[in-house]
Design a protein around this ligand. Structure first.
Ligand code: SF4
Length: 289
């Protein structure tokens, strides 16, 4: 098959930094249990690898993250993920005397910095992001004057009284969707100020999609279903590659060979949290078809 690859491939620098930090801490403290609060990055293959190294990812369907921290033994090492975290998590961990490390991506911290600056000037913040995503939860925790919207209609339930609110966003959104939402918000808040905080790594991967031939009938987006930047790539691919079936897969095991029958060309896109070796396996497999 002809395999067309959207670049760049592999991890962004924020993901590299987070994974390296976790492995380094585990290596330096072989006799202590290392925990990560939630998924260090949203990729199941990465979580499996950390699991094999004895690093525990704390997740629960019935306990809150606060409760998960409360339940840790006092000699635990706790690492916060690349997405950022609410300040109160750190307060609980400090009260319990846990050893804590922070893998928050500098791009995420930069959005927090901008939000805090605007809050200091008594502005309300409209934060465009995904409900329940840890990055959005961290931003919301900064102040009650930070309001989350995922869709334009979310505005209806919010009490925005500021004539010139500051409008900022999660780093991993689809920029096509963000631009549309900005246009709508400009009509409601003509005096609003906008920051576009889609990070470079996310933007470059979305721009890469436009280098694929528009006639493709099948495109794989390699990434985890929980990854926001993977889901944004799926959206961008669907809106640009009108002829293509766009399928998200975690890794090569999820390729269904019947989808390839009769095709000569296929596209491959990968997210900022997909290991390079995982996407390379997908490409190698398709090259052999
Ligand atoms: S996708 Fe962007 S914000 Fe997220 S970890 Fe990578 S560089 Fe940081």
């Amino acid at each position: 098959m002809n395999v067309f690859i959207s670049k760049p491939l592999g991890y962004c620098h924020g993901v590299v930094r987070a994974i390296e930090l976790v492995k380094k801490i585990a290596f330096e403290h072989p006799k202590r249990q290392v925990y990560v609060l939630g998924r260090i990055v949203h990729n199941q293959d990465v979580i499996n690898e950390l699991d094999e190294l004895g690093i525990i990812t704390l997740e629960s369907n019935h306990l809150s993250k606060e409760q998960l921290i409360e339940n840790l033994p006092s000699d635990a090492i706790l690492i916060f993920t690349a997405h950022g975290h609410p300040r109160q998590f750190e307060e609980i961990a400090k009260r319990k005397n846990l050893t804590i490390y922070d893998a928050t991506c500098p791009m995420v911290l930069s959005t927090h910095h901008l939000i805090k600056r605007e809050l200091k000037n008594n502005h309300q913040i409209i934060y465009i992001g995904k409900h329940f995503h840890p990055e959005a939860e961290a931003a919301l925790s900064l102040n009650k004057n930070v309001f989350l919207i995922e869709e334009f209609s979310d505005l209806e339930t919010l009490n925005i009284t500021d004539e010139s609110p500051y409008i900022i966003n999660q780093t991993t959104l689809s920029y096509l969707e963000l631009n549309l939402l900005h246009e709508k918000l400009k009509k409601v808040f003509p005096k609003a100020r906008f920051a576009n905080e889609i990070c470079n790594a996310t933007r470059l991967r979305q721009e890469g999609v436009f280098t694929l031939p528009s006639y493709l009938k099948l495109v794989y987006v390699v990434g985890d279903q929980k990854s926001s930047n993977t889901n944004s790539l799926v959206k961008v691919a669907k809106s640009y590659l009108k002829e293509a079936k766009v399928l998200r897969i975690l890794n090569v095991k999820e390729i269904n060979p019947t989808h390839l029958k009769g095709l000569k060309d296929v596209g491959v896109i990968s997210s900022a949290s997909t290991p390079l070796e995982v996407v390379q396996e997908v490409i190698n497999f398709l090259n052999l078809q």
